[in-house]
Design a protein around this ligand. Structure first.
Ligand code: UGA
Length: 434
């Protein structure tokens, strides 16, 4: 099929490249000309395992192109996928200005009957609004259908999630338009869920809100575990075996981050508020999450005393492993709290240092190895469970730090090894080794 993807952010770029990979003829459009030049030269602007190889292969194969010209992008297309960002407004609601401007471009430049499908996370009712907007500006003889098709891929495993996801959700008012989108994805062998447009929009928000709820729930249980002498790892394993609960997303830590959960949970609270429903459960989920990184700092202060003037290391800055994305990273909250407390902070991350520099500037020392970050420090915090951090020999904390005190926000080590190597080790939802 002839497909255009509007927006080359995470979702748009991965979708465009994967659709080209299965044989569709894909054009990706983005207003950022520098990004388009970069993509046309075969370089990916984001770190995502496997993406760049697939990008190069399909550019060379001729079924993938990048442009910043709406005229070229929307000419003679069968399907247009909108995958632009919906950032957060100051009041927590979703900002739809990119969606509106792309819709306007589509209406002005299409030359055929086309199906527009919205992949961006948008509040319930947005697909209908886009349909009205396009209909009011498009050439009157062309029919345009709008289909909701939310995205569920995770950063770091985006390609795998696209080819082997749990489901593809298609929400349409017009059966035939929904069928065409189903055909578009048929090479992916992923179960398809067909719904009306508004249910499809809601599935996306409800999914992310539920996953965020699972995380805040397990983090609350972890806090109670610490106080009553239980172990969160055993508790999570024990409850996760119940198929109704499931064993995923029960990893206690310093909380969720990234470009989706924090934004989407707030947007759903807003959406509920708009229809006069106070979403108290989700408000609590957000509150628990906001407090979660601070709990670790409080624990450190209770044990070490004031952090002012102390040399402190922070390992892991990305919002989760396998990405250089620092947006809303819980580890970043740790970094900021430590800087505010007056600590002398050295930070390490295997790939997010460049992004970290944009946020933290000269306030911290950037280190390219764990050894360098922890050498001569009195306290180490762990913010992201990167593989190289989890596999770092615990005895080196004793060897390199002035005082071997580790406050682990992601439970990277076992209590047994901390005891064996005489490290003061405080983690989440487990007994402290002091
Ligand atoms: C999330 C969803 O998982 C995707 O399904 C969705 O498509 C995406 O948002 C989106 O809306 O676009 P992502 O933000 O890439 O994907 O990251 P996740 O792997 O879901 O992790 C989110 C955060 O939760 C991370 O900060 C992670 O550290 C934290 N987390 C995750 C925990 O603290 N504990 C867990 O058990 C799992």
């Amino acid at each position: 099929m002839k497909v255009t993807v509007a927006g080359t952010g995470y979702v748009g770029l991965v979708t465009g490249v994967c659709l080209a990979e299965v044989g569709h003829e894909v054009i990706c459009i983005d207003l950022d000309e520098i990004k388009i030049r970069m993509l046309n030269s075969g370089a990916s602007p984001i770190y995502e395992p496997g993406l760049e190889d697939m990008l190069v292969k399909n550019l060379e194969g001729g079924n993938l192109r990048f442009t910043s010209s709406p005229k070229l992008a929307y000419n003679q297309r069968e399907v247009i996928i909108i995958a632009v960002g919906t950032p957060e407004n100051p009041d927590g609601s979703a900002n739809l200005s990119y969606i509106d401007s792309v819709s306007q471009d589509i209406a002005e430049h299409i030359t055929e009957e086309v199906i527009v499908t919205i992949k961006s996370t948008v509040p319930v009712g947005t697909n209908d609004r886009v349909k009205e907007l396009i209909n009011s500006r498009k050439p009157p003889h062309l029919q345009v259908e709008v289909v909701s098709n939310p995205e569920f891929l995770r950063e770091g495993s985006a390609i795998k999630d696209t080819f082997e996801g749990d489901r593809i959700v298609i929400g349409s008012a017009n059966q035939q338009a929904g069928d065409i989108i189903e055909d578009l994805y048929s090479p992916f062998k992923v179960p398809i869920v067909r719904t009306d447009i508004r249910s499809s929009e809601m599935i996306k928000y409800a999914s992310n809100a539920f996953l965020a709820t699972k995380i805040s729930f397990i983090n609350e249980i972890a806090t109670i575990c610490e106080k009553v002498g239980a172990n969160i790892e055993d508790v999570a394993a024990g409850i996760g075996l119940d198929k109704r609960i499931g064993n995923q997303f029960l990893q206690a830590g310093i909380g969720y981050g990234g470009s989706c959960f924090p934004k989407d949970t707030k947007a759903l609270v807003q959406l509920a508020g708009n229809v006069k429903h106070k979403f108290e459960l989700l408000e609590s989920v957000i509150k628990v999450n906001n407090n979660q990184p601070r709990l670790l700092i409080e624990k450190a202060k209770a044990i070490v005393g004031e952090l002012k003037g102390r040399r402190v290391a922070l390992l892991g800055l990305a919002f989760k492993p396998n990405t250089d994305d620092m947006r809303e990273s819980a580890s970043l909250v740790l970094a900021k709290e430590l800087i505010e407390s007056g600590s002398i902070v050295s930070v390490y991350d295997p790939i997010a240092l460049e992004n970290a520099r944009k946020v933290l500037g000269d306030c911290v020392k950037y280190c390219t190895s764990i050894d360098e970050a922890i050498r001569g420090t009195e306290v180490t915090f762990i913010g992201t469970e990167w593989k190289d951090i989890k596999e770092y020999p615990i005895n080196r904390f004793k060897k390199l730090m002035d005082t071997p005190r580790v406050f682990d926000g992601r439970n990277c080590y076992s209590l047994e090894e901390a005891v064996e190597h005489e490290i003061n080790y405080v983690s989440i939802g487990r007994e402290s080794v002091l």
